[in-house]
Design a protein around this ligand. Structure first.
Ligand SMILES: C[C@H](O)[C@H](O)[C@@H](O)C(=O)CO
Ligand SMILES: [Mn+2]
Length: 419
């Protein structure tokens, strides 16, 4: 670590500065250390998956960019994930899509997948001190079409119901194996390009499909349902809208996934946290960065991500919120994309953990709104970055921009050689 002494000295000063506001930096570091991020496996390979089919990416999502070096098989995906995680302090999780099973060249259709197709992932995760989360995959399949679980055609609908039921079973086995509940996210793209005159019909079918899927109780997995505003080619109507899943989640005690790219651009996702916490058992986050639309740009430290982190901490909800990443950028070094996005999320969480919350709340209770605003402003430039550097130092991961050279080295030695 080239700046060890400098980093330690800066941290000592920062610790004292924060102490003047009664903030314990050691406690903040300890908390950050114990917040797992769920790294989305699909950033390694532009959401290609391991089914070895010719299926194009579908379902209203799109990866842009053709940067060389994407992972081409299970070994490369795993190596890249381990590499990406090696840049992060703390212990983390990997979020797998059902299309990333270890199929060993066998053609296994989505309604045939079993826990055995994910056994080697479970072992791999354990060996690498990682835990797994899971996602059903309704897109990029000949039966994906416009509608899956909301399809009036029973044979297509049953195919996807079976797929999703199997996914829950796989998640249950993963949770059991790893001794930590596997968070299973259900997102489907179902929708329509142009105005439908049957909004209620498809939503009612989706509700029934979900009821059937969730009829089997499990104790080692956590169900999450993810809403979306629109998809490419499904701009007018999304069956699984936010209102739909919020209603379903509240009624059926399910976690709602908030993907930061799935709302109107001026809507505050952070503001939803406190409301959901009052009415649902928890929240799954898909941290992303929408630019003009759900563009899945790499997460950075910005007001949206900071507000999200602050709300989690202000609500004291770390035990009820699972934090996953969800972006896919094929235009830059893909490992670099993981590192930037996951470290940005950690930086936001750290800033939130270092907020002088008690003092701010005292001001607010006393209606001293000038003081509240002033302290909120000043808190922005407190030396959180010295605490961040120190967090990286004690975790033996690159400090500051040092990771750039390491990512480039991996590119030179590994990803850059993939053709
Ligand atoms: C690949 C993921 O399942 C997908 O990104 C989903 O979570 C989503 O956000 C779709 O827009
Ligand atoms: Mn998402």
């Amino acid at each position: 670590m080239k700046n060890k002494e400098f980093v330690t000295k800066a941290y000592e000063l920062a610790r004292k500065r924060y102490a003047t506001l009664d903030i314990d930096t050691e406690k903040a570091i300890e908390k950050l250390q114990n917040i797992p991020l769920s790294l989305h496996c699909w950033q390694t390979d532009d959401v290609t998956g391991l089914e070895h089919t010719e299926n194009e990416l579908s379902g209203g999502i799109q990866v842009t960019g053709n940067y060389p070096g994407k992972a081409r098989n299970i070994e490369e995906i795993r190596n890249d994930l381990v590499k990406a995680a090696s840049f992060l302090g703390g212990n983390h999780r990997i979020s797998l899509h059902a299309s990333y099973g270890d199929f060993k060249g066998e053609k296994v259709d989505r309604d045939q997948i079993e826990p055995r197709h994910f056994e080697s992932w479970m072992k791999w995760a354990k060996e690498n001190n990682l835990k797994l989360d899971f996602n059903s995959t309704s897109f990029s399949h000949p039966k994906s079409g416009e509608l899956t679980l909301a399809n009036p055609d029973k044979s297509i609908r049953d195919f996807w119901i079976e797929h999703t039921k199997r996914c829950r079973r796989i998640a249950e086995e993963m949770g059991k194996y790893q001794g930590s509940p596997c968070v299973m996210n259900l997102w489907i793209h179902d929708g329509s390009k142009d105005s439908t005159v049957n909004r209620l019909k498809y939503r009612s079918i989706l509700k029934d499909s979900l009821d059937e899927i969730f009829s089997v109780p499990y104790s080692n997995m956590i169900d999450c349902i993810e809403a979306k505003l629109f998809g490419i080619g499904a701009e007018s109507y999304t069956v699984g809208s936010y209102d739909f899943y919020l209603g379903y989640g509240v009624k059926n005690n399910k976690r709602v996934t908030l993907d930061t790219g799935h709302f109107h651009l001026t809507e505050s996702v952070a503001d939803k946290i406190s409301s959901l916490l009052l009415f649902t058992p928890g929240i799954m986050l898909h941290v992303s960065r929408p630019i003009r639309w759900d563009s899945d740009h790499v997460t950075i430290v910005n007001d949206d991500t900071l507000d999200l982190a602050r709300e989690i901490i202000r609500c004291d909800a770390l035990d009820k919120v699972n934090i996953g990443l969800d972006y896919f950028d094929g235009s830059i070094n893909r490992i670099g994309a993981y590192v930037i996005g996951s470290r940005a999320t950690q930086k936001c969480l750290l800033q939130a953990l270092l907020e002088p919350l008690e003092q701010l709340r005292e001001y607010e209770a006393d209606h001293r709104y000038f003081e509240r605003l002033a302290l909120l402003e000043e808190a922005k430039s407190l030396p959180w970055n010295a605490v961040w550097d120190y967090f990286c130092l004690i975790n033996n991961v690159p400090v500051g921009e040092e990771y750039i050279a390491e990512v480039c080295k991996y590119e030179e030695e590994v990803t850059g050689k993939r053709r």
